[in-house]
Design a protein. Structure first.
Length: 112
């Protein structure tokens, strides 16, 4: 799958906790050209940079921003290591799902 196909297949909206977030490919995420992605919890949008080079990077960024939402909604305090923790988990989960597609299918079936 190409990055363009990944963006085309990306859901327009996802539910995270009690809220619906809109997923958008954008040229500049969060107004900062250095960001790969950005979440705006007030506007309930997740922006992902459209120039990302691989579907795995797109998935990793989407998971990353979802984890920021969950982190904030779960009452975890803002901490200096939030970004480091989430970076570790986005990469780890992306690789886990990439290398074990049957595991992800099994999760989906069990949670229906
Ligand atoms: Zn982050």
């Amino acid at each position: 799958m190409t990055p363009k196909q990944a963006f085309k297949a990306m859901p327009k909206q996802i539910v995270v906790g009690a809220y619906i977030y809109t997923l958008k490919p954008v040229q500049i995420a969060g107004g900062d050209a250095g960001n790969l992605a950005h979440v705006d919890t007030e506007a309930q949008t997740i922006e992902i940079k459209s120039s990302l080079a691989s579907p795995a990077a797109i998935i990793g960024c989407a998971l990353h921003e979802v984890m920021h939402i969950i982190w904030g909604a779960s009452g975890l305090a803002k901490r200096a290591d939030e970004e480091s923790a989430i970076l570790a988990f986005d990469a780890g989960l992306t690789l886990l799902f990439q290398k074990n597609p049957a595991f992800l299918v099994w999760i989906q079936k069990c949670l229906k």
